[in-house]
Design a protein around this ligand. Structure first.
Ligand code: 13P
Length: 342
């Protein structure tokens, strides 16, 4: 394992007030997002959309790394420059989603297990040679009347740990993403308890697999009530529950935590991150930032609508959202900044 190279990548990923941009939607997920705003679901529209993102002027000032999907890492701009090279020229580190999605967890309806370990070391070498320096694997944990089961959490966290060890061997920093889903009527306390259990089991497994925690980045959900919970929580309550849970379960050696947005609106995701920094300034042992997909991309995608003439305005919105999240990482975001496009 090349610890020096991994540490260098980690430091660049977590630099300043930057964060990560998740643009690693699988083809079905990307098509679903396109369908929602009336964009044709073809490989060329997906390419054009990813070109819009990576060529956004000034994106590298706000974003330290971008997570790509396999289809995207092989694609290029209309003029023939590989996206991976466009990112590198903008000082954005290319990363790659390497899990192969989820399948039903046998014997427990409603639960999922992530696939993709078979042949992974070979794929990691290929991605490293292409220029990727970090990877992502997402496990999903659903909350329901009888779920999650300990068996499903254990099985998913075990695979995350094996993936993380393989990444470090290959010179890629692993982002470990155990996502507790927001779907359902459960309350904030339930999300807190499940998130805490998931993180505890994750770190047990990372230790068993001899993963170097100093070269791992955690990508968790925030602690939130379910989307259908009748009692939604205030911004400070979410910030407090999330940081308390993370302080309890995430070792101080972990250099950074980057949140997924999980279905929160862009404004709420930013406000929550900001509140964590306002309330816990200087009390956090790890860097705390963002790795949003929907909460950065959604306004830009809606603006673009698949039309060339909307590209500059969509890029401006993407950059604006990224800048607002930089402000949140500094604890300097206010809602009135939403309307002041830079
Ligand atoms: P969202 O921010 O849209 O939840 O996506 C983050 C991500 O990478 C999901 O795996």
């Amino acid at each position: 394992m090349n610890t020096k190279e991994l540490t260098n990548t980690v430091n660049l990923m977590l630099a300043g007030s930057k964060g990560l941009l998740a643009m690693d939607e699988s083809t079905p997920t990307c098509n679903k997002r396109f369908e929602e705003v009336g964009i044709p679901q073809t490989i060329e529209y997906r390419r054009a959309y990813r070109e819009l993102i990576v060529t956004t002027p000034g994106l590298g000032d706000c974003i330290s790394g971008a997570i790509l999907f396999d289809e995207t890492i092989h694609q290029a701009t209309k003029s023939g420059v590989l996206f991976i090279d466009v990112l590198k020229q903008a000082d954005i580190i290319p990363g790659i989603k390497v899990d192969e999605g989820t399948t039903d967890f046998p014997g427990s309806p409603g639960e999922k297990i992530t696939e993709g370990l078979d042949g992974l070391p070979r794929r990691l070498i290929k991605y490293y040679d292409m220029g990727a320096r970090f990877a992502k694997w997402r496990a999903v944990i659903a909350i329901g009347p009888h779920i999650p089961t300990t068996e499903c959490i254990e099985a998913n966290m075990r695979k995350l740990a094996i993936y993380a060890a393989m990444c470090q061997e290959a010179g890629l920093v692993p982002i470990v993403e155990p996502e507790v889903l927001m779907d359902g009527p459960h309350d904030l306390k339930k999300c807190y308890d499940v998130t805490e259990k998931v993180l505890d089991i994750l770190f047990e497994n990372l230790a068993k697999q001899n993963v170097d925690l100093k070269a791992v980045i955690l990508k968790p959900n925030m602690v939130l009530p379910g989307l259908n919970c009748p009692r939604q929580a205030g911004i400070d309550t979410v910030a407090e529950a999330t940081v308390t849970c993370l302080l309890h379960s995430v070792p101080a050696e972990v250099p950074g935590i980057v949140f997924l947005s999980g279905g929160q609106s862009p404004e709420m995701a930013t406000a929550h991150l900001n509140a964590m920094h306002v309330m816990y300034k200087d009390k956090l042992p790890w860097a705390l930032t963002f790795s949003f997909a929907r909460a950065i991309q959604a306004p830009a995608l809606e603006k673009w609508k698949g039309k060339d003439e909307n590209v500059p305005a969509a890029q401006q919105m993407l950059r604006h959202r990224a800048c607002l999240n930089n402000a949140a990482r500094r604890g300097e975001y206010t809602p009135n900044m939403e309307n002041n496009m830079v």
